[in-house]
Design a protein around this ligand. Sequence first.
Ligand code: GUN
Ligand code: ZN
Length: 444
Amino acid sequence: MPNQPIAAAIRGRLLSFLRAPAGPGDLDSVRCIDDGLLLVGADGRIAAVGPWAELRGCVPDGVTVDDHGGKLVLPGFIDTHIHFPQTQVIASYGAQLLDWLDKYTFIEEQKFADPAHAAANAGFFLDELLRNGTTTAVVYGSVHPQSVDALFAEAEARGAGLIAGKVMMDRHAPPALTDTAETGYRDSKDLIARWHGRGRQRYAVTPRFAITSTEAQLEAAGALLREHPGVHMQTHLSENLDEIAEVRRLFPGARDYTDVYDRFGLLGPTSLFGHCIHLSEAELARLSESGSVAVFCPTSNLFIGSGLFDLATLSKPQRPVRTAIATDVGGGTSYSMLRTAAEAYKVLQLQGQNLPALAAFHWMTRGNAEALGMADEIGSLEPGRWADLVVLDPHATPAMRHRMMTVAGDLEEELFIQVTLGDDRSVAATYLRGRNSHLRQQVA
Ligand code: GUN
Ligand code: ZN
């Protein structure tokens, strides 16, 4: 029984993970309440979760139950790597990483010097996340601090929590897109002071990648982390072979790419490294030992032609590297974590590996929350967590409806269909703090 005022009540098939599934068939890892009720307190946090039959009496007069019937109600998806200034870079043709950055990305990101452009795009960006059921994201801004101000302001207005940072880049980019070691440090510090810990917002120190930062700037990024315990760090690591060769040329004293970051104190449990495709055993050992997180961005890795994320090697039990999964829009080609998990499955299949449906859903929710060190806040349907939810329709498209006719009560099979065929059309509704923030338009 909840012991606080109830502000919202959501009924449906409630699905939430208790731990990481050991493999296919591990249904003990998940709690599914076929006819469940989730009660939300006035603070936007989950007050109680249980069977409808047990909790229905707790819905106060004046609170209407949002009844989602046979649809699945899950913790909102978490996207652990996405670029805010790349909403108009997505779907840019025919280039691999370094050319793609020069030809498309570094052109588009310059527009975010304009606060009006940043504000308009922040609205679109949050709309698109919510339309896809993503309620928390870890976001790269542009080099301009005003882009991150616009993003956080939009998230705050909607009750969403972001982890975001201004990109630090002081070389090998157009002059209009570079800061300096000093201004990058100062602007990041000011943003931390303005936004980190304000409501739900958190900061990530964001040196873009080794190629675009001098040693002085990486040193400054390390200083920011030391001076502000609790902020995250995000960057790119070992995505593309030409990138790796260039890093070797620029940092001849470093043992390897990972060591470039390690030397400046950038590894650790709050550090997120996008891609991690072409790593040596020594690098994997160091990432594991430091508790750093490797972020798998499958649609991006396929689209930019970067390579295949080797989950089995990363996860070797004798030196496991923590992992997360993400869209990496605009190198990535979809805002949907469902599409992302579907491509992850294929990337792993190409290597003789696998991604069971339970593991995919765990990863997008509780797994990513754990990777961010935020499992006590988001990622599961438990009292005290934020009531950030996604409602998924198992019959969202004709193909899904048709395929679902063959499924007789097998949760794993239903979830696999959702991962493989689902996308933004599957998202019937998205809630932030128990408030409906996106409701799919019903089309006749
Ligand atoms: N490496 C450095 N910057 C980027 C970026 O914006 N996208 C991707 N995919 N890789 C990068
Ligand atoms: Zn990226």
